[in-house]
Design a protein around this ligand. Structure first.
Ligand code: U2P
Length: 226
């Protein structure tokens, strides 16, 4: 190979190094879903969206880029503002599957804007705004968590369930161990609040979690009614 050939090869090697570094500036995603019953029965205020009381189902909290050491990037691109016109075709699914519960009652755009600006902007190297929301919706659908739990006799009926039983039901259902997060109801009972499922950097496939979130769940926890 001549001098020119080497120069081209070096350039290409340098370029591929640069491209592979800038492609994925995080290690995996958490898909985080929340149980509305556990959001709403805590002392935090809860307001149903303007479209009405959400279904008794897990709702998406967010799709969060994360690092293997448990830390995460946030608010990565102030120039990339949330643009509702980009998700018009997803709106009915967003309202159903990603309902806001914060007060005052609203349509949900504030919640989605917050999630995009805090988390979505950190995965822009992999997906654009439409893909970010679409991927989260598809993942929630694919996980089908409430069905998995009810099929195992774990129902949102204010009953107490074994932490391992919940974890194993989900592990059997999706093939990977989830992270569970609890909060406390007004009687100070620990209850299932959020489920974390790990997703590869393409935002489409479930994976084993590189690190599980600290979930504060005891061995017996309540699954609140909603
Ligand atoms: O746990 C409190 C809030 O911190 C943000 N969080 C937590 C864990 C994690 O892995 N990544 C992350 O971003 C969440 O912030 P939010 O998106 O709600 O603003 C979480 O609610």
């Amino acid at each position: 190979m001549g001098v020119k050939g080497w120069a081209i090869l070096k350039f290409l090697m340098f370029q591929s190094l640069f491209v592979s570094q800038s492609l994925e500036d995080f290690d995996f995603f958490y898909l985080v879903v929340q149980w509305p019953g556990a959001y709403c029965d805590t002392k935090r205020s809860c307001c149903y969206p303007t479209s009405g009381k959400p279904e008794a189902d897990f709702g998406i909290h967010g799709l969060w880029p994360n690092y293997k050491d448990g830390s995460w990037p946030s608010n990565c691109d102030p120039d990339s503002q949330f643009d509702r016109s980009q998700i018009e075709d997803l709106l009915s699914s967003m309202k159903k599957n990603w309902p806001t519960l914060s007060c005052p009652s609203n349509e949900g755009f504030n919640f989605w804007e917050h999630e995009w600006e805090k988390h979505g902007t950190c995965s822009e190297s992999v997906m654009d705004q439409h893909e970010y929301f679409e991927n989260a919706l598809k993942l929630k659908d694919k996980a089908n968590l409430l069905q998995i739990l009810t099929n195992s006799g774990i129902n949102p009926d204010d009953g107490f369930y074994d932490l391992n039983k919940i974890t194993n039901a989900i592990k059997d259902g999706i093939g990977f161990t989830p992270g569970l997060q609890c909060n406390k109801d007004p009687e100070r009972n620990a209850q299932l609040y959020q489920i974390y499922i790990c997703v590869d950097t393409s935002g489409t496939e479930f994976i084993e979690c590189p690190v599980l979130p600290r979930g504060r769940c005891p061995s017996q926890l309540q699954f609140a009614k909603f």
